[in-house]
Design a protein around this ligand. Structure first.
Ligand SMILES: [Zn+2]
Length: 486
């Protein structure tokens, strides 16, 4: 047996168990316990007040909207909602934490035991252990010029939910499937914008390996600083390899927290169990327990929006678009709604879907945009498709204008007018261009006259190019045929 195949065999002899802790910032206007704005990207330390700066004597007031959003997520994840929960203080000193404690839930969380379904036909259930409602910390910035570390407390006190999964996942693929499902549900609920790059969704991965067939779990490590789905995949695969390597060499796994360095493609120890802090959790004396009645839960269940699966099926039956289209469109609630509202304005649904799936997805990819940032209103999108339907603009022009509508919601009629993009079909205007195209492409002209039909297509293409895509193809073809015969 070669060394490579021995290695391969060793690898398959291990099973991986992965659980995740997902922090999601809730999309409330204000913070969890004070009236400060919770929005992202403001000037440092402008969204602060005595409470979220940890001044003595200030008192918290629970944001009802945050509670509602957290419960909605719990309901969507099939969780049990206990009749009451409680806030606890997690005590630690760090400069980004003005209060020196974080208000969290430790002993009695808001939601318990739920699940997320993944895999083909949702065949595998990933358990949810609990969902905590808690405050976010502020942020530290290191200023290279002055070699100083600065504190921005804008994020301190922004509401977060922490979703803790069971170690039910066995590969990076399963973790991504879980996160995609979770993210889609939260986006459909409009409970958060779930942007990994802005930190409104953050994922820690707990991973352990064990010999195949063994029961129980191996010693786990916790991986932090995972800022993209790609980083999560790489970190999981690297950590699995690292742990198997240690075990194969006869070593033991240390229970520790590790920091993923995506540039280096490796993780480094942050703190071991011995260094782990004792947070001295205790009930927050300033906050009463949170009571949730059955009526409240029922009302929230009724108010849940249509989720992805239901929408996917309905689009096929109501609009007659292919399953595939519906699958793609409903991946983002923003695109799904744009599709539905535009189709309802009297545009053929398949035409709407084609533009969104072809051009829309291309633009998102090329500009690295989040679907939530799409600006198009259904009215402008429909107006553009009408211009195309009425042959006022060509397909090439429509694609150009669509990008403007999609990204900046320009008025298509005005844009076409201002940039002179209406389709040219006046023979007088086109004749000159066609004549010069024939002159410049003598070989193709004689090929066509010699019986090569294909050469005509080439000449039409050249004319369209010369007209910047704005000529009416039928008129161009007719003119070419006429002028070639001369
Ligand atoms: Zn505040």
């Amino acid at each position: 047996m070669g060394e490579a195949s021995i290695k391969a065999q060793a690898k398959t002899a291990y099973e991986t168990a992965i659980g995740v802790e997902v922090h999601i910032e809730l999309a409330t206007k204000t913070k969890l316990f004070c009236g400060c704005e919770a929005s992202f990207g403001a000037k440092p330390n402008t969204h602060v007040c005595p409470y979220c700066l940890g001044m003595p004597g200030t008192l918290p007031v629970l944001n009802e909207k945050a509670l509602e959003l957290a419960l909605s997520v719990g309901i969507a994840l099939h969780c049990d909602i206990p009749a009451w929960s409680r806030f606890d203080r997690k005590n630690y000193f760090y400069p980004d934490n003005p209060q020196n404690y974080q208000v969290s839930q430790w002993f009695y969380p808001l939601c318990k035991v739920g699940y997320v379904e993944i895999g083909e036909d949702a065949t595998k259930r990933i358990g949810i252990w609990n969902i905590h409602l808690e405050e976010d910390a502020g942020k530290l910035f290191h200023d290279e010029k002055t070699d100083q570390t600065l504190v921005d407390a804008n994020r301190a006190g922004v509401p977060l939910i922490e979703i803790v999964s069971a170690p039910d996942m066995q590969s990076a693929e399963e973790v991504l499937a879980f996160l995609e499902q979770l993210r889609t549900k939260v986006l459909y609920l409009q409970a958060s914008d779930c942007k990994l790059q802005e930190g409104s969704m953050r994922v820690d991965v707990n991973l352990s390996v064990r010999k195949a067939g063994n029961s129980g779990l191996g010693t786990r490590t916790e991986m932090k600083n995972l800022n993209s789905f790609r980083a999560i995949t790489r970190a999981i695969n690297a950590e699995r390899e690292r742990q198997i390597g240690i075990l194969e060499a006869g070593g033991e796994i240390t229970l520790e927290t590790r920091r993923w360095d995506d540039a280096k493609g490796a993780s480094f120890p942050m703190r071991s169990k011995e260094e782990a802090m004792d947070y001295r959790y205790f009930p927050d004396p300033d906050l009463p327990p949170v009571f949730v009645t059955e009526d409240q839960v029922e009302a929230l269940k009724k108010a849940q929006p249509e989720m992805r699966e239901a929408k996917r099926k309905r689009f096929v039956s109501q609009f007659g678009i292919p399953e595939y289209d519906s699958e793609i469109l409903t991946q983002s609630v923003r695109l799904a709604n744009l599709f539905e509202e535009t189709a309802k304005l009297g545009i053929a649904p398949k035409k709407v879907s084609n533009f969104l799936m072809g051009e829309g997805l291309r633009i998102l990819r090329e500009k690295e945009l989040d679907p939530a940032d799409v600006q198009a209103t259904p009215e402008h999108f429909a107006a553009l498709l009408k211009l195309l339907e009425e042959n006022k603009i060509t397909n090439t022009v429509a694609k150009e204008v669509f990008e403007e509508v999609f990204v900046s919601d320009v008025d298509p009629a005005e844009y076409v007018e201002r940039n002179g993009l209406l389709t040219v079909r006046e023979e007088g205007v086109l004749r000159q261009t066609v004549e010069s195209v024939i002159k410049e492409n003598e070989k193709s002209a004689s090929d066509y006259l010699g019986g090569k039909e294909k050469a005509l297509g080439f000449l039409v293409g050249q004319t369209m190019k010369a007209m910047r895509g704005q000529a009416d193809p039928a008129t161009v073809t007719a003119l070419l045929k006429e002028l070639l015969k001369k």
